[in-house]
Design a protein around this ligand. Structure first.
Ligand code: SF4
Length: 304
C-alpha cells in the first residue's frame, strides 16, 4: 500500500455521528466544557497510563516535573524524525522533481544532517541506539514517499505535476489545532494531518485502547475550530526493534468514544478545579515518569 494511501484510508462506510457530539456543538453540553478556566492538553485527558490520573494531579496541582524515561525519549526521537522528514519532503517537492528516484536522492542526501541534528538533543548513552534506528526510519519514509510520488507521476500522466505536488504539500506534520472552545489547549498539535479526512497519531509504545481517545480529542478540536467533520483517525505504531515495524489501526471517531473523551475531560477538570487528590492506583507501570516520586527511586532515569 502506498504511504499516501495510508494517510487516506479507503472508507467503505461512513459512521453516523450525532450532531450533539460534533465539536462544532461546543456551546452546548455534552461538548461544552465543564469549566472555562482550565485548558487541558489532549495527552492529559487521554494518557491513562495512570488509572486514577494522579499523574495529572502531580503535574498540575503539586507542580512536580516528570522524569524523562527511556520510552519517553525514544518516542520523542521518532516524532522529531517525522517532523524533520516531512520538512525535508516539502522543501524537496517544491522543486517538482521529475521522478520518484530524483526525489529519493534529494531526501536521502539530507539524512545524515537531519539525524545528527535530532541526536544533539539526546543524552549520549542513547545516541548509538537512536542513530541506527533513526537512519533506518528516515530511509523507510523517504523510500515510501518517493515511491508514491513516482507512481502518481507514472500512473496519472494526465494530471499536471503541480497538482501532485499540491497533494503532498497539503500533508502536514505537527499541525496546530485550536482546542480552546472545548477546554483544551489553544495550541494542540496533531502528529500528521492529511486533509480533508486524515488525522494520524504516531505512537511508539505498546498498543493501548485508550490511545484511540487522543484521535477523538483532535477530531473534536478540529470540528470546533474549523468546522471540518472528522469521522476517522489512524494510530500508527512505530516499533524500532531489530528493524522497523509499523502497525496501523483505523479508528472510528464514534459517539461512544466522543462521550468517553468528554466525560474524562470533565472529570479531570473537576479534579484540578477542586485540587482533589485522586489517590494512587493499585498498580503503576515502572516506565511511568512519576515512578520515582510515587513508588521510590526504582525507575531508570535517563536525563532530566
Ligand atoms: S507512578 Fe503510579 S501513581 Fe504515580 S503517576 Fe505513575 S501510575 Fe500514577
Amino acid at each position: 500500500m502506498m504511504f499516501v494511501e495510508i494517510l487516506y484510508p479507503k472508507i467503505v462506510e461512513v459512521p453516523l455521528v450525532s450532531e450533539e457530539l460534533r465539536g462544532w456543538n461546543w456551546r452546548n453540553p455534552p461538548v461544552a466544557p465543564l469549566l472555562e478556566s482550565i485548558k487541558l492538553g489532549v495527552w492529559e485527558v487521554t494518557s491513562k497510563y495512570c488509572a486514577t490520573r494522579y499523574d495529572v494531579y502531580l503535574y498540575r496541582v503539586l507542580k512536580i516535573r516528570p522524569r524523562l524515561t527511556k520510552p519517553i525519549l525514544l518516542g520523542r526521537a521518532v516524532h522529531d524524525l517525522f517532523v524533520e522528514a516531512f520538512r525535508c519532503l516539502k522543501k524537496a517537492i517544491l522543486e517538482e522533481p521529475k521522478s520518484g528516484s530524483e526525489l529519493y536522492c534529494v531526501l536521502t542526501s539530507k539524512r545524515k544532517k537531519v539525524v545528527a541534528h535530532i541526536l544533539e538533543r539526546f543524552p549520549a548513552n542513547l545516541v548509538d541506539e537512536l542513530s541506527c534506528n533513526l537512519n533506518s526510519l528516515y530511509n523507510y519514509l523517504s523510500l515510501q514517499i518517493s515511491a508514491d510520488y513516482d507512481r502518481l507521476i507514472v500512473e496519472s500522466p494526465d494530471i499536471v505535476r503541480s497538482s501532485i505536488v499540491d497533494r503532498f504539500l497539503s500533508i502536514s506534520c505537527e499541525r496546530p489545532i485550536d482546542g480552546s472552545r472545548l477546554g483544551l489547549s489553544k495550541w494542540l498539535m496533531v502528529d500528521i494531518y492529511a486533509p480533508p479526512i486524515g488525522i494520524v497519531e504516531v505512537k511508539t509504545g505498546s498498543t493501548k485502547d485508550f490511545h484511540e481517545l487522543s484521535l477523538v480529542g483532535y477530531a473534536l478540536a478540529m470540528e470546533s475550530s474549523e468546522y471540518a467533520p472528522i469521522n476517522f483517525g489512524q494510530l500508527m505504531y512505530v516499533h524500532l526493534n531489530n528493524g522497523i515495524h509499523i502497525l496501523r489501526k483505523l479508528v472510528r471517531v464514534s459517539d461512544e468514544l466522543r462521550r468517553e473523551f468528554l466525560e474524562e475531560r470533565d472529570r479531570l477538570m473537576e479534579i484540578l478545579y477542586h485540587e482533589r487528590d485522586p489517590g494512587l492506583p493499585n498498580e503503576c507501570p515502572e516506565s511511568c515518569p512519576y515512578y520515582f516520586y510515587c513508588r521510590g527511586e526504582k525507575n531508570e532515569e535517563v536525563n532530566n
